[in-house]
Design a protein around this ligand. Structure first.
Ligand code: 13P
Length: 287
């Protein structure tokens, strides 16, 4: 079922679990994520960065592909196709292409500008029945060329953005994209608690889901996180499984070079990673 992220996140917040955003890169990735969601009867959000959109031949191709896969595989669980860390213009491009969920990342602007552009997008997405994620306090690390130094969001600014009427709010709490360094200080639960207190029912989003210890994930969900983004972990799992296949010389045996065979271990590894996240996030059976 191709939907916006609104209802699944309202349910997640009320039910104290989180819906994963799994970033996709191609047809195999999308198929693996959707089949796992269906198998586990779980809602899912498919994340597409601007770079991934370009790689997949544009947002229109992505939207058409996702809708066709949902139909072709008979996927009945709720699926939201979501722009990840979009610019103001990319939000419009995705809405026009048929996305029902977008993220406007105005975290690198002064707060007044972030508020103004988010306000306008709240109006437009509201008219079109599209869910909108906003961000306060940039997420550290690097994703698709976008580098953030990482800062802890100011709870008062979070409230200002939440009060505009966004669907979900990403707040930097010491999380970063990609692998966490050895000396990482961990998530700032004090900040998360303060943000949760001021924003009430607003579903909170935790970016940088790769490599956060399980206990911290559970605590974050208890404190109001309802959506957790996972990208790098699936990439690492896919790469390791593909490496194993090639290093074992399987591509040289029989028809092992057939892409349907060569990519299969990587696809299975993505499925296992998604299953592990859905189980940890508590969204299994919540479709
Ligand atoms: P990771 O790549 O660290 O899992 O982060 C994903 C993310 O936050 C996408 O926005």
């Amino acid at each position: 079922m191709y939907v916006s992220a609104k209802n699944m996140l309202i349910k997640a917040k009320a039910g104290h679990y989180a819906v994963p955003q799994i970033n996709i890169n191609n047809l195999e990735w999308t198929k693996a994520a959707l089949q796992t969601a269906q198998e586990l009867n779980a809602p899912i959000i498919l994340g597409v960065s601007e770079g991934a959109g370009k790689y997949m031949c544009g947002f229109q191709t992505v939207a058409d592909m996702v809708k066709a896969i949902i139909e072709g595989l008979g996927i009945t669980v709720p699926v939201a196709l979501h722009l990840d860390h979009g610019s103001y213009d990319a939000c419009y491009a995705c809405m026009d292409a048929g996305f029902l969920s977008v993220m406007f990342d105005g975290s690198h602007y002064p707060i007044e500008e972030n508020i103004e552009e988010t306000r306008e997008l709240v109006r437009v997405t509201g008219e079109r029945g599209i869910s909108l994620e906003a961000e306060v306090g940039s997420i550290g690390g690097e994703e698709d060329g976008v580098v953030g130094a990482g800062e802890v969001a100011d709870p008062a600014e979070c409230k200002q953005i939440a009060d505009l009427g966004v669907t979900m709010l990403a707040a930097g709490i010491g999380n970063i994209h990609g692998k966490y360094p050895e000396n990482w200080a961990g998530l700032d639960f004090g900040a998360l608690e303060a943000i949760q207190e001021l924003t009430g029912e607003m579903p909170l989003v935790l970016h940088g889901g790769t490599g956060i210890p399980e206990e911290m994930i559970r605590r974050a969900i208890e404190l109001g996180v309802s959506k957790i983004n996972v990208n790098t972990e699936c990439q690492l799992a896919f790469a390791a499984a593909t490496r194993g296949y090639i290093e074992a010389g399987k591509d040289l045996q029989g028809k092992g070079f057939d892409p349907r065979k060569l990519l299969a271990p990587g696809v299975e590894a993505i499925k296992a990673a998604v299953k592990e996240k859905m189980t940890l996030f508590g969204c299994v059976g919540k479709a």
